[in-house]
Ligand binder design. Structure first.
Ligand code: G16
Ligand code: MG
Length: 214
């Protein structure tokens, strides 16, 4: 039986992926190229600096900047993103997320966060769901980014749960791949065509059948 649910944050529990997109798009426009929603798929679940590299590649500017300039651009993007998320509230919680967290709690299932974001704490606090988590692993706690499984295994290790007893909820290919490498069940949340690495895909957490997995 599964004992632990591990949740990605952006795009699974909260609708903040759109703010990442807006902030990256603004940077691309400043640099003089278009960054589309389709391009944005490549950034999901990916760390901030790797996201910047992918974006610069889209604009054919991969080798145009020094490391220092890149850090400056990433910081600028993050400042913009933090502005967007500083005023968010529970209305940004995605459909089905709150009731799923509550049902898991009622069943005594351990709940972990496994997010690549360094801004996870502020988001959880602003939308009011921080107290559901038995452990919070985010971009500040790990040294290796998804698809490395560290962001999920660290949570399981902290809770003393074996990886085979963990179910991961993810909206990104990088995160689903990380879950599979760890030996965890990988539930994709989103569109099937984008999430080919998932064991099973639900278009929304609302459709997730808790009795089937826990
Ligand atoms: C999120 C997003 C990614 C973002 C990454 C780092 O991860 O999906 O697009 O690049 O975090 O975020 P930050 O710049 O805030 O540290 P997740 O794992 O919660 O989906
Ligand atoms: Mg995500």
């Amino acid at each position: 039986p599964n004992k632990c649910a591990i949740f990605d944050l952006d795009g699974v529990l909260v609708d903040t992926a759109k703010y990442h997109y807006l902030a990256w798009k603004e940077l691309a426009e400043k640099l003089g190229f278009e960054f589309t929603l389709e391009h944005n798929e490549m950034l999901k679940g990916v760390s901030r600096m790797t996201s910047l590299d992918i974006l610069l590649d889209v604009g054919n500017m991969k080798d145009s900047f020094t490391e220092e300039e890149k850090v400056k651009m990433a910081t600028e993007k993050n400042n913009r993103y933090v502005e967007y998320i500083s005023n968010i509230d529970e209305s940004e919680i995605l459909d089905g997320a709150l009731s799923l967290l509550q049902e898991l709690k009622n069943k005594g299932i351990k709940i972990a966060l496994g997010s690549a974001s360094k801004n996870a704490q502020i988001i959880l606090k602003n939308v009011g769901i921080k107290s559901y988590f038995d452990v919070i692993v985010d971009g500040n706690s790990v040294s290796k980014a998804k698809p490395d499984p560290e962001v999920f295994t660290l949570g399981a290790d902290t809770l003393g749960v074996s990886y085979e007893e963990c179910v991961v909820f993810e909206d990104s290919q990088a995160g689903l791949e990380a879950a599979k490498i760890a030996g965890m069940l990988a539930i994709g949340v989103g569109q099937e065509k984008d999430l080919t690495k998932a064991d099973v895909v639900y278009s929304s957490l609302e459709d997730f059948d808790i009795e089937r997995y826990f």
